[in-house]
Design a protein around this ligand. Structure first.
Ligand SMILES: C[S@@+](CC[C@H](N)C(=O)[O-])C[C@H]1O[C@@H](n2cnc3c(N)ncnc32)[C@H](O)[C@@H]1O
Length: 272
């Protein structure tokens, strides 16, 4: 599972996201039209309304924000709307094209800079940004720990750090495992395997809270908070009889206080 060299794996990750940026499959209108971007935005914040409480876009007016892995740029344009000095990187030209068109379509203020770059080697000086933000990105890159450490490195002491990473012990991963392992008579292929092989780009990972605390505890961070959120990804989708299990899923989510949700929203500040 981990035998592919990191460079080959990253090439596969890049080519996956270069084919289509995240959430753009939700749009029916012509690519890069205003209607296309509106459809993506409407879908995202209807499905994941907690992003606003997590990111707190308007708190960063006038502040230096770095977003790593901006994808189609739905969150990134919120930084611009909020008057932040926003810098962004993504591994793909496709994401850069989406974001550049999006900024032009809405006539938004120019970002400080947006470019293709790798989360594992950020092209910025240490202690630069008031906020380092990355939503649903760093679990896709082969060296996640390195990318997390890079984001912390470029945040100023006293600055904020906010990332979303997938939860391996979630209903979303259980559903993947049930579909691709259990129902195919090979339940020994575990949750890690299901995520790695069947969630978006190859090599996707997910973390337990304990693993997150171990990874982040080694970095100069304080006031760590992890809030786990559920979305429709935690439900069974499609025309399947297994959708009858969804009320059970909803009960499990409510009973666990969303601890079985797929999104770990992690916030901390960098130690001064
Ligand atoms: C699931 S999408 C998330 C995009 C956006 N943050 C959002 O929430 O819609 C993952 C994004 O991470 C980017 N990505 C993956 N590995 C990366 C890396 N090593 N450096 C920079 N971006 C990366 C991909 O190109 C893709 O745009």
């Amino acid at each position: 599972m981990t035998e592919t060299p990191a460079t080959d794996l990253k090439d596969q990750v890049r080519s996956y996201w270069d084919r289509q940026s995240c959430d753009t499959d939700q749009a029916r209108s012509a690519k890069f039209s205003r209607a296309y971007f509106e459809e993506i935005e409407r879908w995202r914040y209807r499905e994941q309304p907690f992003i606003h409480a997590f990111a707190q876009f308007t708190r960063y007016h006038g502040k230096r924000v770095l977003e790593v892995g901006f994808g189609a740029g739905t969150d990134f344009i919120q930084w611009l709307r909020a008057g932040a000095q926003a810098t962004g990187v993504d591994l793909t030209q496709e994401a850069l094209d989406n974001l550049s068109h999006r900024i032009a379509v809405y006539g938004l203020p120019s970002p400080h800079s947006i470019r293709v770059a790798d989360a594992e080697n950020l092209p910025f000086d240490s202690d630069t940004f008031d906020l380092g933000y990355s939503f649903g990105v760093l679990h896709h890159t082969p060296r996640t720990e390195r990318a997390v450490a890079e984001l912390v490195r470029v945040v100023k002491p006293g600055g904020d750090f906010k990332i979303m990473l997938y939860n391996r012990r979630s209903l979303a991963v259980f559903n993947l495992w049930a579909k691709h392992a259990l129902l195919r008579g090979r339940p020994w292929l575990g949750f890690r395997w299901a995520l790695w092989n069947h969630m978006e780009s190859i090599g996707t990972k997910g973390y337990t809270r304990r693993e997150l605390r171990a990874m982040l505890g080694a970095l100069p961070l304080q006031d760590l908070q992890i809030r786990t959120e559920a979305t429709t990804i935690d439900q069974i989708a499609g025309p399947s009889v297994f959708r009858l299990l969804n009320p059970l899923h909803r009960f499990a989510l409510r009973f666990s206080g969303n601890r079985l949700g797929f999104f770990h929203c992690i916030a901390a500040s960098k130690r001064a």
